[in-house]
Write a protein that binds this ligand. Structure first.
Ligand SMILES: *[C@@H]1O[C@H](CO)[C@@H](O)[C@H](O)[C@H]1NC(C)=O
Ligand SMILES: *[C@@H]1O[C@H](CO)[C@@H](O)[C@H](O)[C@H]1NC(C)=O
Ligand SMILES: *[C@@H]1O[C@H](CO)[C@@H](O)[C@H](O)[C@H]1NC(C)=O
Length: 422
């Protein structure tokens, strides 16, 4: 057994302070037994219904503004890290749709109930504040000078959620695969002292905040000056296993790539050009010039503009002829069937393929296209967008490697892949 200890020690040392070289970290599925938010009293039907609730509540908020700052949902893929020299554990949403890192922080003027103890920078020797003449302050959302010259921020989301606080710097520790840890990652983040997060659960099982992975200067990848990151999100069936994110100069990513485009009002998001949709061998939509869609890990469902939603739903309906149409018990999803996910998989429902300019493809299999929301009731995870934008959420991205080549402004997609192998 001393041998084991030695090996662990070597691994530990070899991964310490690896931030500059890039590193891997794990994602926990919100509903898995690994998550502190896991509620064993809820059935998987309850949990799946909650995903629709969260996504649709967020979309309603989006429909009222032209350049919305999306508020991430309180799910599905969480990153766990430790901050400070008296370690506080924080669970946050991994969100490619936004670019700021923030979490609730003492002294709280108003904090919502959260599961983890609230981080207190006064207990940590490694915490530092920024004064408002510091250049980093200029990149902070809604920045201003507080009475004592600190860099204050105000981050407002469209649904009325917001976080107010001050910009701080801390040392973060990330959990890597195989229990490795990555220490000493210095990051600027928002210490949120006055926070409202709409749409959180009423049982107190709330997340502390958000880990922004977007294109802005203060996202995780931007602060660490990493040229790329990639992830492979495990599906519902494998949610007790952690998914992986690789950050660095050479994350594992492959397939064709598509250019990241700048869409007005969505500059910090990962927007790409969709040029077609197929269902199995059938071409459903062809858009030679491409149509802007955003990849958003902070959303569960996929929202399609009307010109995409109609034809895709019709095609799926055609492929599902053998199944009995049913209603969503709460009327949130527009297409449901009396079936189990297992039956859909066994029936060999064709794969929905989203194709992008440049030849990259996202392949959505039956087990991600439909979720079981009640006994023998599956509902489609595509939602009609009421806000004139299309957003590809995390469920549609499951079991595809999605790679972000930030240095060259391109996104790589592997097509269908078993993320347990990633
Ligand atoms: C689950 O139900 C039991 C019994 O009703 C209750 O004591 C417990 O607090 C519940 N757990 C959660 C996480 O809600
Ligand atoms: C900005 O503030 C951070 C954190 O306190 C500090 O490490 C950095 O040196 C400051 N930069 C400047 C230009 O003052
Ligand atoms: C890459 O694009 C080419 C041309 O569109 C296509 O034939 C090929 O199947 C694509 N490969 C992948 C892995 O998507």
């Amino acid at each position: 057994m001393p041998g084991t200890v030695l090996i662990c020690l070597i691994l530990f040392i070899s991964t310490t302070n690896a931030a500059n070289a890039g590193f891997s970290f794990t994602l926990i599925h919100r509903d898995s037994p690994l998550s502190p938010f896991h509620n064993p009293n809820l059935t998987h039907h309850d949990l799946n219904q909650a995903k629709f609730d969260r996504s649709i509540a967020r979309a309603h908020a989006l429909s009222v503004a032209l350049t919305p700052q999306l508020s991430p949902e309180q799910g599905e893929y969480l990153v766990r890290f430790v901050v400070g020299d008296i370690p506080f554990t924080v669970h946050a949403i991994l969100d490619t749709g936004s670019s700021f890192i923030w979490f609730q922080c003492q002294p709280c003027q108003k904090c919502y109930p959260q599961k983890d103890p609230i981080y207190d920078p006064s207990k940590s020797y490694t915490s530092k504040s920024f004064d408002c003449t510091n250049s980093t302050c200029n990149f902070t959302p809604g920045h201003s000078c507080s009475a004592n010259n600190e860099c204050a921020y105000h981050l407002a989301y469209l649904d009325g959620s917001f976080s107010d606080g001050v910009l701080m710097q801390e040392e973060f520790v990330f959990e890597g695969p195989d229990s490795a840890t990555v220490k000493g990652v210095k990051l600027a983040f928002g210490c949120g002292r006055n926070n409202v997060f709409k749409g959180f659960s009423t049982d107190g099982g709330n997340l502390a905040g958000v880990m922004g992975m977007g294109r802005g200067q203060l996202s995780l990848a931007s602060q660490l000056a990493q040229p790329a990151f990639a992830y492979c999100l495990l599906g519902e069936a494998d949610k007790s296993t952690m998914s992986r994110v690789q950050l660095g100069s050479r994350p594992r990513m492959w397939g064709n790539s598509t250019a990241i485009v700048r869409a007005r009002g969505r500059e910090s998001q990962y927007s790409v050009l969709l040029n077609g949709v197929s269902l199995g061998a059938m071409r459903v939509i062809n858009i030679p010039t491409g149509q802007v869609v955003s990849l958003d890990s902070g959303a569960s469902m996929t929202f399609l503009e009307l010109s995409l939603f109609g034809p895709v739903i019709e095609a799926v309906r055609g492929a599902m002829k053998g199944f009995e149409v049913a209603r969503d018990p709460r009327g949130l999803s527009e297409l449901c069937y009396s079936a189990t996910t297992k039956e859909l998989v066994q029936a060999g429902l064709p794969v929905l393929e989203l194709g992008f300019v440049g030849g990259s493809r996202l392949e959505v299999k039956a087990e991600s296209l439909f979720l079981e929301v009640a006994e023998r009731r599956v509902c489609i995870t595509l939602i009609r967008s009421s806000f004139g934008q299309s957003i590809i959420g995390n469920i549609a991205q499951q079991n595809n490697v999605v790679g972000y080549d930030l240095a060259n402004d391109r996104i790589y997609m592997s097509g269908a892949y078993d993320c347990k192998l990633y």
